[in-house]
Each structure stands twice: as C-alpha cells, then as structure tokens.
Design a protein around this ligand. Sequence first.
Ligand code: CO8
Length: 259
Amino acid sequence: MAFETIVVEIEDGIATITLNRPEVLNALNSQVFNELAEVAANLGADDSVRAVIITGGDKVFAAGADIKQMASLGAVDVATSVRPSRIAFDRLENMSKPVIAAINGYALGGGCELTLTADIRIAADNAQLGLPEIKLGILPGGGGTQRLPRLIGAGKAKELIFSGDFINAEEALRIGLVNKVVPADQVLAEAKKMAKKFASRGAVALSLAKTCINEGQRMDLEMGLQYEHKCFSLLFATEDQKEGMKSFMEKRKPNFQGK
Ligand code: CO8
C-alpha cells in the first residue's frame, strides 16, 4: 500500500498507520483523509490483519485539520463537498477489529477527533489533547461534539469544547479520554503489546463485542440488550466458541481460528 501522507506497516497481523506530514505537525488535509479512508477499507477487508494502530510518530499525533486548507472555504463548499474525513472516521470506527490510537505530543482538533474513532487511546506522558476549534470561530466538526460527550460525559466535553483549552495526559486519563498513560518512548510498544493481546482472542467474538458496544450507544437499553443477546447466541455457531470452552475444560490455552 503506497501512500504519500501516511505510512502503513503490517507485522505479525498488526497494522500500524503512521501519519506523515511532520512539517505541519501532521495536520490533516483532504489527501490524508482520502488515504485514511482507503487504508481503513483495505485493512478492514484483510483477514490477516487482526488489530490496527494509528499513530503520528514519536513527536506529535496531529495538530488538527489543516487550517491553511480550510481557511478559504465557504459554507457551501463545506456543506456540499464529499466529506472524506467522515468516510475515513466512520470506517476506522466501524472496522471489525480493534483500533488503538498511540498518542505522542499534540492531539488537537481533528487530530483529537481521529483518536476518538479508535477503540483505545494510549497517551505519552507528554501528550496534550484538546479541541481548540472554538478559538478559530468553528466547532469540532469531525465528530467531536458527538463522540466526546459519549466517551467522557456532556459536562466535561462542554468544558473542553467551549474553552478550547488543552489538557495534559494525566488529566485526559482522569476524565477517561485516554485509557493509559506511559512514558513517551514506550507508547508504540505499549500499543503493540495491547494489540497483540487483542489479536490472540477470538476474532469473531471480539468483533461482535465491538459491534454490540458501538451499536448499543445508538439504542435504548432494551434494544441494546436484545441486540447483545442475538450476537451472544450467534457466537455459539462458531468454532472459536467450541474451542474456547473445550480448552477451558482441558486446562490449556485456546487456539482460536477466527471462525
Ligand atoms: N493546520 C495547518 N498547519 C498547521 C497546523 C494545522 N492545524 N498546526 C500546525 N501547523 C503548522 C504551522 O503553521 C507551522 O508551519 P510553518 O512552519 O509553515 O509556519 C508548523 O505546523 C509548526 O507549527 P508551530 O510553529 O505553530 O508549532 P508550535 O510548536 O509553536 O505550536 C501548536 C504547536 C500549539 C500545536 C500550534 O501549531 C497550533 O496551535 N496549531 C493549530 C491547532 C489547532 O487549532 N487545531 C485545530 C484545527 S481546526 C480542526 O481541527 C477542525 C476539525 C473539524 C473538521 C475536520 C474533520 C476532521
């Protein structure tokens, strides 16, 4: 997979997508979104890929959408143009495998919103996260007003969005915006360790668990419980369920095949 604004590496079933516009702190322009949308489709369809990591490298995750590209747009341009960011973000969020954001340095605006499409966020102790769009006279239009309150609650989300303030990794951990904070030089290693653990689990069960959680957030409790019950029942048609329970009774590790 050859791209210009991202680098994609696959090793032992774990794909790592690295944003690659260091000269502008990985600002996300339409080319980045198009490439992310394409790679998300490719990796989503590749059964040999069991988990995906998205990172900006060891200095910065992403300082937001590309302000220079947005500055001259009119309302009609924004409203009517195909939203490659929406396609990219939806595909990443709905990928049937775990996605982990490994965050070093700034994750701001669209960069922070990109991390919200991931299932798990691991931050460096030097990370700074925030949604500073308000200071540019706009709002977080990459899902920030929707995904952030669902993750951390409306009150904290409003504080971050109304102020535009950055918060450090420790505060991000405290409010549940990130799952884990580690020293800056260990972020990618920690993400790979977690990805490897997820990849060792039953892929169908993990994928359905992700779907239950994601779809459940769009349903009321009763619908969500019914949906969960259908997914739970379905898993009893898989070889992984037979293997998982057999291995327990035989006191050995399961050997899941993802089917
Ligand atoms: N867009 C374009 N260029 C950027 C961006 C950006 N978001 N951020 C940094 N750059 C560029 C700078 O212009 C600079 O380039 P140059 O050397 O040519 O002047 C280079 O990157 C280095 O940046 P700084 O010199 O500013 O570096 P500092 O270390 O002094 O400051 C900061 C780092 C604090 C991160 C600062 O660069 C900054 O405030 N950046 C903008 C942060 C921001 O406001 N982000 C939100 C953008 S709007 C947005 O994301 C909307 C998303 C919703 C719609 C899109 C869907 C996803």
